[in-house]
Design a protein around this ligand. Structure first.
Ligand code: ZN
Length: 138
């Protein structure tokens, strides 16, 4: 696979260096049957160093998952070798089952089949609070 030229697929760019693997795992990319390339410590004028993930396949990616790990990432959709669309990611307003509440008295610690839901309560400080007990996520 030529990592510079994806014909039809997705390039996740502007990932903070070393976080590429985290996104790779969160998106379960190892289960794909197409080529996936992770480039770590690529030079970036804006960020110094960054990671890039290239997926050689048209697919839907979970933007909330990526945004939770890396709100500054950009997603480039490539079609026929050309950049078709650029999506800016942001911190998701709500995350479901991406993190676990640490409060042992939270209802989610007792009722194990409840969804773990966190709401973004402070965008500036990137604070999420449990929907049930309001404990913040670190
Ligand atoms: Zn809770």
């Amino acid at each position: 696979m030529n990592i510079d030229s994806i014909k039809n697929g997705i390039v996740i760019d502007h990932i903070t260096a070393k976080k590429g693997m985290e996104i790779y795992e969160a998106l379960n990319l190892k289960n794909l049957d197409c080529s996936v390339a992770i480039i770590t410590n690529a030079k970036s004028q804006k960020m110094g160093k960054k990671d890039i993930i290239k997926i050689d396949k048209e697919m839907d990616v979970d933007i909330d998952k990526i945004g939770f790990i890396e709100p500054n990432a950009t997603i480039n959709i490539v079609k026929d070798g050309k950049l078709q669309k650029k999506l800016k990611i942001d911190l998701p307003e709500k995350i479901v089952n991406l993190a676990k509440c640490q409060n042992p008295r939270c209802i989610t610690s007792v009722e194990r089949d409840l969804d773990q839901i966190f709401i973004l309560t402070d965008k500036e400080k990137q604070i999420y609070r449990c929907k049930y007990c309001e404990m913040s996520l670190k």
